[in-house]
Design a protein around this ligand. Structure first.
Ligand code: AMP
Length: 421
C-alpha cells in the first residue's frame, strides 16, 4: 500500500452513499418547498473574497484556509464556506437588479485546515441557504424553522436550538468597549488563544470552549443588554415568530459564531448525541456583507449545516431504509450461448428501467446464485442449454425459491408485471 488520502480528507465509500443521498434529496426537497433555488459557485475563489468576506481576524481566515498561488501568480483559496462566494456571485451577476429578494441554497464540499477528529474534517460538506434582500424577522424565523424541519424530517429527535442577537455594528462597538474593560484586568485568567483574541477579536472569547475562560465570561456584560431599539425589536419579533411555529429554543447571550459577517440574529442547531463536535447547523443575519463587497446596503440572512455530522447521526439510527437498493433481476448463465442471449435480454430490460446484473467473473451457477443473493436480487433468471433449446428462461423468486418457466417471446411483460405486482 503506497498511497493514502491526505489527512482529514475522507473517501465516502459506496456503502455510506445511501445516507448521503437521503440527506441530499431531503435538502433539495425541503428547499424547494420553502422556495429556495439552487446556486453553484466555484470551489475556489480569489483569496480576498474570503479574507474580506469572512474576516481577516477569524480563525477560518487566519489559520484554516487552503491558500496557494496559481500558475499566473494569483492567490487562490479553496472555499472554507459558501456565503462569501454567494454574495460575490449575487453582485457579479447584478442579481439585485433582477429580483428584490433572492432565496438561494447550495450543497457541496468546503475546506478548512483544522485538526481532524470525529465530526470534524478538512474537506467537509455543507448544505446551506441564503436569503438576500430583506430584513424581515419572519425571514430569520423561516430559515431557523427550515434548519430544524430538515433535521426532524430525517428522523432526528434530540436536537436543540440556541439563538441570540449580536446587534448592529454600533451596538457591538458599545458592547465591545465594556467587554474589554471587564476582560483586561482578568487577562491572566484567559487561555493563550483568548489573550490574543482580546486584542484581535474579543467577541470570540465569549464562545471559547475553555472552562476557565467560560467562568471569566459569565460575570461579564451581556450583549443583549446593549441592543438598540431597532435590533431589540427585531430580535423580539424573531422570537415571536418562533413561538408562533411552536419551535423551542434557548437564548444564549454568549453565542457569537466564528465568522465576522454576522449582525442581529445568530443561531445554532445542535445534537446531544454528537459528543464534542455537536453543532449541526449555524447561521444568522449578515446585513453588512453585501455592502462590504461593494454593493448597495442589502440585508441578508442564511445558514450552513454540516453533512458529515448528520450522516454520523443517521448511522446511529441504523435504519434499514439506508441499505442500498437491491437488484430487480440477476441473469445467471451456464454457457457462452446462453450468455449471448442474456446480454441482449439485459439491454432490453434496462430500457424498461429494470435493474439487472450478470456474471463477469466466470462463476459456476452456484456462485452466480450466491451473487444474486449478495446483490439482494428479487428474481434470478437462469439460462442454460435446456432453456436456450426451449426458447425460455427459468425465473426464480429469490424469497420463496419458487421457479417458473417464462417464454422468451413475452419475458419482458412477465418480468415487469411480477416486479410491479
Ligand atoms: P460554520 O460554517 O463554521 O458556521 O459551520 C456550519 C456547520 O458546518 C457546523 O455546524 C458543522 O455542522 C459543519 N462544519 C463546520 N466545520 C466543519 C468541519 N471542519 N468538519 C465537519 N463539519 C464542519
Amino acid at each position: 500500500m503506497k498511497y493514502y488520502a491526505p489527512k482529514g480528507l475522507n473517501d465516502i465509500l459506496p456503502e455510506e452513499i445511501p445516507y448521503w443521498h437521503a440527506v441530499e434529496q431531503q435538502v433539495r426537497s425541503i428547499m424547494s418547498v420553502y422556495n429556495y433555488r439552487e446556486i453553484r459557485t466555484p470551489i475556489m475563489e480569489k483569496t480576498e473574497v474570503f479574507a474580506r468576506g469572512v474576516g481577516e481576524e477569524t480563525d477560518v481566515v487566519s489559520k484554516e484556509m487552503y491558500t496557494f498561488d496559481d500558475k499566473g501568480g494569483r492567490s487562490m483559496t479553496l472555499r472554507p464556506e459558501n456565503t462569501a462566494s454567494v454574495v460575490r456571485a449575487f453582485l457579479e451577476h447584478k442579481v439585485y437588479g433582477k429580483e428584490e429578494l433572492s432565496k438561494w441554497y447550495y450543497l457541496g464540499p468546503m475546506f478548512r485546515y483544522e485538526s481532524p477528529q470525529k465530526g470534524r474534517s478538512r474537506q467537509f460538506h455543507q448544505y446551506g441557504a441564503e436569503a438576500i434582500g430583506s430584513d424581515d424577522p419572519a425571514l430569520d424565523a423561516e430559515l431557523i424553522a427550515l434548519s430544524v424541519d430538515l433535521l426532524k424530517s430525517l428522523g432526528l429527535e434530540d436536537i436543540g436550538l440556541t439563538i441570540n442577537s449580536i446587534g448592529c455594528p454600533s451596538d457591538r462597538e458599545n458592547y465591545l468597549e465594556e467587554l474589554a474593560e471587564y476582560l483586561e484586568p482578568r487577562e491572566d485568567k484567559l487561555c493563550v488563544d483568548c489573550q490574543t483574541r482580546l486584542k484581535t477579536n474579543p467577541l470570540r472569547i465569549l464562545d471559547c470552549k475553555n472552562e476557565t475562560c467560560q467562568k471569566v465570561v459569565q460575570g461579564g456584560p451581556i450583549i443583549t443588554d446593549y441592543l438598540c431599539s431597532e435590533c431589540r425589536s427585531h430580535f423580539d419579533r424573531v422570537k415571536s415568530y418562533l413561538d408562533e411555529f411552536d419551535l423551542e429554543y434557548n437564548i444564549n447571550p454568549n453565542l457569537v459564531r466564528g465568522l465576522d459577517y454576522y449582525t442581529k440574529t445568530v443561531y445554532e442547531v445542535f445534537s446531544s448525541d454528537l459528543g464534542a463536535q455537536d453543532a449541526l447547523v449555524g447561521g444568522g443575519r449578515y446585513d453588512e456583507l453585501v455592502e462590504l463587497f461593494g454593493g448597495d446596503p442589502t440585508p441578508a440572512v442564511g445558514f450552513a449545516g454540516g453533512i458529515e455530522r448528520l450522516v454520523l447521526l443517521l448511522q446511529q439510527l441504523n435504519e434499514s431504509k439506508y441499505s442500498p437498493e437491491g437488484l430487480d433481476l440477476y441473469l445467471a448463465t451456464i454457457d457462452e450461448q446462453a450468455k449471448r442471449i442474456a446480454v441482449s435480454l439485459q439491454r432490453e430490460l434496462r430500457e424498461l428501467n429494470i435493474t439487472t446484473e450478470l456474471d463477469y467473473l466466470d462463476k459456476s451457477l452456484q456462485g452466480q446464485l450466491g451473487y444474486a443473493d449478495r446483490y439482494d436480487a428479487t428474481y434470478t433468471a437462469i439460462l442454460g442449454p435446456r432453456e436456450v433449446e426451449q426458447n425460455e428462461l427459468t425465473l426464480r423468486d429469490m424469497v420463496t425459491g419458487e421457479q417458473v418457466n417464462v417464454s422468451l417471446d413475452n419475458y419482458k411483460s412477465e418480468i415487469k408485471d411480477r416486479l410491479d405486482g
